[in-house]
Design a protein around this ligand. Sequence first.
Ligand SMILES: Nc1ncnc2c1ncn2[C@@H]1O[C@H](COP(=O)(O)OP(=O)(O)OP(=O)(O)O)[C@@H](O)[C@H]1O
Ligand SMILES: [Mg+2]
Length: 323
Amino acid sequence: MSVKPTIIPIASGKGGVGKSFISANLAGALAEAGHETIIVDLDLGGTNLYGFLGLQNRHAGIGDFLKARSAELDQLMVPTSIPRLSYIAGDGRTPFMANIAYAQKIRLISKLRQLPAEYVLLDLSAGSSLNTIDFFRMSSLGLMVTVPEYPAIMNLLTFLRLTLMRIIERIFRKNEEIRLLLAESYKRPLLELPAGISDLKAAIAAIDPSAEGMIDRLCTYFRPRLIFNKGEYPDEMRIYRQIDDGLKSVLSIQADYFGFVFRDPMVRRSVNSHQPYLLEFPDSQTSKAIRKIAERVITYWRTPVEGSARLIMEQATREFQGK
Ligand SMILES: Nc1ncnc2c1ncn2[C@@H]1O[C@H](COP(=O)(O)OP(=O)(O)OP(=O)(O)O)[C@@H](O)[C@H]1O
Ligand SMILES: [Mg+2]
């Protein structure tokens, strides 16, 4: 296939919010909708994606790719019970791969971009490790999963702040003075001023005036897509206002909202019965919400949608009332 895939890295500030569950089932919904899709377990050191796909933890994967310098990534693709969905395992067979050398990471990233599919979803580790951030910044339109709770939102903002700083660090990597300035800023807590991107921009622009326009452009095209998971009531989504305020005032960026997924106790049952949730409970509210996210990904992944949070909250409310 000559056309490059749409890469969708999936991260979260906080652990256990449902990245792997959403990754597996969103990938399944994209495949069900007719699109060749690959889901890659990049949670090195914490692999569990196979469970959400109803597979065993026995396949050669990213760990083997990193060890055997010559292996090709597409040879690691494993078919799943969902037609058009393939899976690439993490490092379940080869532990201790969580610390990858930078050159290895670059090689892996370049091969991921060449995988033969329309969509390549990357299930990442929780939190702000350098690996996770480097995989997340493979696209300026990464997906973030969060639960609608204040501490998770704070972690989400911290993750995005560190990602932006890492992108800026790579852009200006040859400038020693800027590198030192960034090393200092990394250590600052989110709410301690001046920790915002606009302050950072001013400080960097004082060293290199070209930084101003460059960072402005970065903040325009860097546009995370957000999903709320484990929702109980649609009005929990009101927390989006705090997210939008934080993104704007601290990070000078905007986000689009892609879905509100209900908590369903049956999720655990599907893992234990070795079936993808989407196949076992195709008509549940949770499955419907995930299919809606797939539709949105297919129709407007690259398009900013004004007022997307409100639209999704209204839709979740309608679904909730029709329960
Ligand atoms: N919508 C949901 N309803 C009910 N349970 C859910 C839902 N989404 C996820 N879970 C459950 O929450 C737990 C964490 O999910 P998952 O492993 O996908 O999170 P994660 O963000 O990938 O975690 P980690 O940070 O460890 O990688 C699992 O037990 C999973 O079955
Ligand atoms: Mg996970």
